[in-house]
Design a protein around this ligand. Structure first.
Ligand code: SF4
Ligand code: SF4
Ligand code: SF4
Length: 344
């Protein structure tokens, strides 16, 4: 577990500068619009007691565009917008290997008209930010764009800034992985950071991969609706079955993710619960270590073989007990003699 020094209370107003200009599909921003615990609207419109006034700057959700949208980022880079939380969505390309061009940019330099790369923005803003939050697996660990054979050399934010990076508020990078990020996981984390910023929450607990411990401490399997089928070695062999999907590619037993407990939107969904195999999208090793998708995971063959040695026997015994439990006791009748065993 990462431990950091307690930080000073902050301010009545705070800005959230959110860039999705990494190697990104904007999927995390879109996902977070589905949050309800809390919703973005609740945070931005001041519906949550105790929070500072929040000003959100996210290009997908903003009314402003062009230079008007960029102004907050420029002010922050000049040290004129303080405090702010810097949210990064998308993986970070390696601009040291960009040849004659650049991989990705956000806005132009007003003086020269030249594009400003995402990496330059990170260099300018991350050290000034009260907290730095990575949204989604691309930003946290590199994700899809950083898989073997990619041309951009892209990486997660901690790979770029260093795993021992500390923000101006004294926090490590806060990683909220997922492809996309689970909406309430992100907003709950942001809520904690905002409360911490005004001295109303203790230091956010993070594990050694910089994930909030209370969200990523358990496996998909530990919360799965289908876990009882697994235990009894009762497996699905196609995607129409309600049984355990480990034989058709589910990695849930070894993946840190809470969507089987939390659901996806408003408690509904959560990949294996509703028929989707877990492909490990929250994990630092995603996607390479989980491919080819839809093949049985290598370790599953051994574990399911062991389960088969006793799973069917337990299933049979339980079905016998279940039949008994479904029968009413024989003394519940309307005959003329009491047979309950009552002794006057
Ligand atoms: Fe898109 Fe997934 Fe990357 Fe988010 S983590 S930007 S949803 S590819
Ligand atoms: Fe575990 Fe996946 Fe089976 Fe659910 S479907 S019980 S997560 S292996
Ligand atoms: Fe990703 Fe697996 Fe969690 Fe679904 S259950 S969100 S695939 S880690």
């Amino acid at each position: 577990m990462v431990s950091v020094a307690a930080t000073e209370p902050l301010t009545e107003e705070i800005h959230i500068l959110w860039t999705s200009e990494g190697m990104s599909c904007d999927g995390d921003t879109i996902s977070v619009t589905a949050a309800s615990l809390p919703s973005i609207e609740d945070v931005v419109l001041g519906a949550i007691p105790g929070l500072p006034k929040v000003h959100l700057h996210n290009k997908v959700l903003a009314y402003e565009n062009g230079d008007e949208f960029m102004e907050a980022f420029r002010q922050a880079a000049r040290g004129e917008l303080d405090p702010f939380i810097f949210v990064v969505e998308g993986s970070i390309p390696n601009e040291n290997i960009n040849g004659d061009g650049y991989w990705t940019s956000m806005g132009n330099d007003p003086e020269t008209g030249e594009p400003i790369t995402l990496n330059e923005w990170i260099d300018r803003l991350a050290p000034k930010a009260w907290a730095v939050v990575a949204a989604g697996t691309c930003a946290t660990y590199g994700g899809i764009h950083a898989m073997a054979g990619n041309p951009t050399g892209c990486m997660g934010l901690a790979d770029y800034l260093g795993w021992d990076f500390r923000s101006a508020g004294g926090l490590p990078i806060v990683n909220v992985p997922g492809c996309p990020v689970q909406p309430d996981n992100f907003m709950e984390t942001l809520l904690w950071v905002l409360h911490q910023a005004v001295g109303q929450a203790p230091v956010i607990p993070l594990d050694d991969k910089l994930r909030p411990t209370w969200l990523f401490g358990k496996t998909v399997h530990e919360g799965c609706d289908r876990a009882a089928y697994y235990e009894q070695a009762d497996f699905a062999f196609d995607y129409n079955s309600p049984k355990c999907q480990v034989k058709i590619g589910c990695w849930g037993p070894v993946v840190n993710c809470n969507v089987t407990k939390r659901g996806w939107m408003d408690g509904v969904g959560g990949c294996p619960n509703v028929g989707g195999i877990c492909i490990g999208c929250t994990m630092p090793g995603f996607p390479d270590k989980f491919m080819p998708f839809m093949d049985e995971p290598p370790g599953a063959s051994l574990s399911t073989t062991l389960l088969k040695s006793y799973g069917p026997f337990i299933r049979t015994m339980r079905s016998i007990t279940n039949r008994g439990a479904n029968r009413e006791p024989k003394w519940r009748h309307n005959r003329e003699r009491l047979t309950s065993g009552y002794q006057p």
